[in-house]
Design a binder for this molecule. Structure first.
Ligand code: SER
Length: 306
């Protein structure tokens, strides 16, 4: 392996985990507009909306592969839909255009279960179904999914993608509809009451951060001919409601109370799948999750405390 890899949006929920894993075998440059993490690799300030700067970084560090993680998530995105559209789509286009011009080999770009809508159905939602997302985050991700497909079928770029569900990590996401899954772990540890913005029985698909990062890296490393689709793959691990998650944390010995005060985020969650079918990914790249809900809670609680 040993590629020169640029990670954009490295200060977000996923960045540090990608840096840690990719740095084992590659020369990694982490970048963002602010630095909130301690990285195991070089960090540079980079605004992905500045395409000239992006191009000079690619040239300076002889970048071959890009992980483009920059995004405004679903709940925060509804506070400023224009900004969300601009950041999410411009960052995608800048990376795509710079990559075409400078011959980047591969791009990983995460999509989301937010691309689905009520017309997709909510149970065991397949990869390729009707989609009318109801958030600007979902709309911007779906638009970029179409661009990704375009670049892939035209053979001008190799972009690979997973539709991430809620991701359970020690790092706090910020601005997502699924953030409760991380925040409740902190409340459990601190024995603090948690105010939940979703209904207690609002089930959504979830995944351990290590499973999501491993799957993304595996997807990037397989030969192109293994991939049966040129748009994002569904990915999932377990399905969870806030009440069930509270129970999992309680059963591990962390007692805390939850008040359920559903707000606009519950409306968003209501339009997302309860369960999704990721068999196409599992078949194409021989991947399956290693962490169930209990092991996920245990492992992230441990990592928050270490
Ligand atoms: N975790 C994201 C969100 O809640 C979904 O991709 O916005």
């Amino acid at each position: 392996m040993n590629n020169n890899i640029l990670i954009i949006g490295a200060s977000g929920q996923l960045g540090k985990y990608f840096v840690d894993k990719l740095s084992l075998n590659n020369n990694v440059i982490a970048s963002d507009i602010s630095s909130s993490n301690e990285f195991k690799c070089k960090f540079i300030f980079l605004d992905v909306l500045d395409i000239d700067n992006l191009k000079s970084v690619i040239l300076k560090y002889k970048i071959e592969i890009i992980y483009n993680l920059a995004a405004i998530l679903s709940a925060k995105g509804e506070k400023d839909p224009n900004k969300t559209w601009n950041l999410n789509t411009e960052s995608f286009l800048n990376v795509a255009n710079a990559s075409i011009e400078l011959g980047i080999k591969k791009i990983f770009w995460p999509s989301s279960i937010a691309v689905f809508g009520l017309n997709s159905g909510l149970e065991f939602v397949k990869n390729d179904v009707p989609m009318l997302p109801s958030t600007m985050y979902g709309i911007s991700k779906l638009s970029c999914e179409k661009l990704m497909y375009y670049y892939n079928i035209k053979n001008v770029l190799d972009i690979r993608s997973l539709r991430f569900p809620g991701i359970v990590s020690a790092s706090k996401p910020g601005g997502g509809t699924t953030d409760y899954i991380v925040e409740m772990l902190y409340s459990g540890l601190n024995k603090e009451k948690y105010i939940c913005s979703l209904k207690k029985n609002r089930t959504l698909p979830m995944i351990h951060i290590n499973d999501s990062v491993d799957a993304a890296i595996q997807l990037m490393n397989v030969e192109k001919k293994c991939l049966s689709i040129k748009y994002p793959y569904n990915i999932t691990s377990f399905n969870m409601s806030p009440d069930q998650w509270k129970q999992v944390i309680n059963d591990l010995g962390y007692k805390f109370d939850v008040d359920y005060m559903p707000d606009f985020r519950d409306n968003i969650a209501k339009s997302w799948p309860k369960t999704i079918d990721d068999n196409q990914l599992r078949n194409d790249i021989s991947w399956k999750p290693k962490y169930n809900s209990l092991v996920t809670a245990e492992s992230i609680l441990k990592s928050i405390q270490s």
